[in-house]
Design a protein around this ligand. Sequence first.
Ligand code: ASP
Length: 355
Amino acid sequence: MRAATNNQRVPAALRQGLRRQHAIRQKACALVSCALALSLSAVCSAFAQSFPIKDKPVTILVPFTAGGPTDRLARDMAEALRKPLGVSSIVVENILGAGGVIASQKVARAAPDGHTILIHHIGMATMPALNRNPGFQVDKDFTFLGMIHEVPMSIVARPTMQANDYKQLSAWIGQNKERVNLGNAGVGSASHLCGLLWQAAMKTEIATIPYKGVSMAIADLMGGQIDVLCDQTSNTMAYIESRKVKAYAVTSPKRLSQPGLSQLPTMQELGVKGFQISIWHGAYGPKGLSDATQMKWNNALRTVLSDPAFVKKQQDLGAVMITDKRTEPAEHRKFVLSEINKWGPVIKAAGVYAD
Ligand code: ASP
């Protein structure tokens, strides 16, 4: 016997009720899948949201104290970048410690949306040698955005220093090496690196006093609590001009042309061979920035580098703007990797570690 169909066995009223329930279920399903689709598309569009995301702040992290050269550069950049990036404000945050490692870690782990950026100097290339485990790899955990400028270092001393030229200064250090204090902005800072090179050049070891930032070191230099310091001209120039510190030399290959610095001899002129150092600065995002976001930042940086007012302000402090291919991400990355290879052996030979 043929089996009765479902319809034959189910009474008409019940059949109608079931049909209604089925229709309700279908509608509910349609609503749920619609809501799901909507929320999925919201999630997708959040991911696909292009930089800058409306109302989300843009933050530049600086690994050193406010008032120091990296901070000053970041604040000038923050001001000049607003227009080319199309944002109303950019916040500068100083994240101190470990010669830039803490700020770099924070950026390496930030959301890759272009809203958290690091401005760092040569420390980007010295951190890998100075720290056994910085918690990131410079070549893998950052998106390179372009280089900005280079600033030579200057050798300065407390205002009461009796030496009147570099020769006298190095003789005085030689005679007083037990009690000379050389300040720096912390292990891993540019002033630390410069101090290492200087001691190697003088073949003399002197006590170094690490501060949390160079603004604190220079305050103590002016007060006579420390004797000598090697730091960027963008930091020392104003104090040299106002005679709050005594200046002896610059580390650039040629003399500088700025009125307050042009009288200073280069280390080469003084016969101190191989002591040439310029502190370069660049910008970095976390790894995984989209190509569009990386290009937006790079275009904005290069727009700022051709802004006459910005350029003049930096040049007046002794900075040399980078105008070659290193303003582009690929060359910036290549340069930083070559600097890691250059400074690694110098730091290893000096036997210093920050951690
Ligand atoms: N000049 C500092 C240094 O020695 C850092 C800074 O404040 O830019 O690294």
